[in-house]
Each structure stands twice: as structure tokens, then as C-alpha cells.
Design a protein around this ligand. Sequence first.
Ligand code: DX5
Ligand code: ZN
Length: 231
Amino acid sequence: MSKDYIIAPSILSADFARLGDEVKNVLDSGADWIHFDVMDNHYVPNLTIGPLVCEAIRSYAIKDGKPACIDVHLMVEPVDRIIPDFAKAGANLISFHPEASAHIDRTLGLIKDCGCQAGITLNPATPLSYLEYILDKVDLILLMSVNPGFGGQSFIPSTLEKLKSVRGMLNAYEANGGKKIRLEVDGGVNASNIAQIAQAGADTFVAGSAIYSKPDYKAVIDSMREALKGI
Ligand code: DX5
Ligand code: ZN
């Protein structure tokens, strides 16, 4: 049975001068979602894009005639103030880092109240205990496989064991009647390591530099899909 894998290119590595076309091209090349990295030079040591840019790309993020998921990854602190702005700007899924929110349950509720799917993001050294009381409120768990702040870093191998643990947790949750929760991985993902990452339990893959640094996005995405076949 082939799994329902999602490939979500991070536009952090796209050409910002041509961002609309970069979004359109990567979806036309076979990507499923657009991963949108928001950095504030406070929670992480870099500064990127905000709701205005999300709104600007919304009409370019179309797949098979329908809006593609804009997967907003908030690396900002505090988080709550900016969530409604992203919802209004057309975000479909919003994830945040628990260390950046004073009230994690409240932030998850706010994302839902704004009509978006909610995700929680764990840094390489952030423990899984954060997941203990929130599975019923999250649609996606995002495991960082690099320290957040920059594209183009190398995949941290210990993420594989962490993915296996979360996959076990999610399988048990689903077996007990819980809903499907996506398990996303972000940082250093490429066509050579994606199979191993999928084997460890991820079903949703962010890739920035691996896709946008190459001239032919379709060739990269095809090679990722090829690597995922049969897993
Ligand atoms: C890192 C970002 C990632 C990053 C991925 O803070 O959250 O989404 O851009 O880029 P690559 O795939 O180049 O590691
Ligand atoms: Zn990201």
C-alpha cells in the first residue's frame, strides 16, 4: 500500500524576487504544500517573511485548480499576536514552538478558532513530553532535524530515533480511536536521506535547499517520490 506522503518545499531557499513564480513552479513540479518559514530575529537569529508575503503568494499556491496548503512554521516569540494575521492572510496550517508560547493549550485553541489546522514543532533537543496532553488538539507534529534559523544545514541523525518514538506514540493514539496526526520533518531533507526518514515514521517532508538549489524542481521531487516508493 503506498502511503500518503506530502512533500512541502520551504520557500526560504526560493528566489524572493520572483516568489509568486517560485511557489507556482514548485507546485507544478509535483510538490503538495508550501512550507512558509517565519523568523523574527528573536526566537531565532534570522529574519524572514510575515503575513503580507503570505497573502501575496496565496493566489499562486494553487494545485490542480484548488488552493494548496500553506504550512506556516512560526519561529517567533511571542506567537499569539501574529496567528490571526496569518489566518487572514490565507494560511491553512500553523505550527509553533512550545518554548515560544506561555500557554501552549491556549495557542493551539487560538489557531483552531482562527479556522486553521494546528501544529506543534519540537527542536532537536526539545523533549517529547511536550506532546503528552495535546494530541487531541494537534493536526501535525513537526520534528526539527536542524536547529531552526537557517536553510541549508545538515540533517541531525538522532532525529531518526525521535521520529520512531513519535510514530509509536501516534500509532497507539490512532489504534485507540484517535484521529490521524501528520508527522513532519524539517531540515536537511534530500532525495538521498528521505527514504530513511520515511522508514523512521515521517509522512510529511519539508525540503528547502535540496529543491530550490537545483534548476529542475521536478527532477528533485520525482527522485524523492521514487525513493519513497514501497516504504
Ligand atoms: C529552518 C527552517 C527550515 C529550512 C529547511 O529553520 O524551518 O524549513 O528552511 O531548509 P533545508 O531543507 O535547506 O534544510
Ligand atoms: Zn520550517
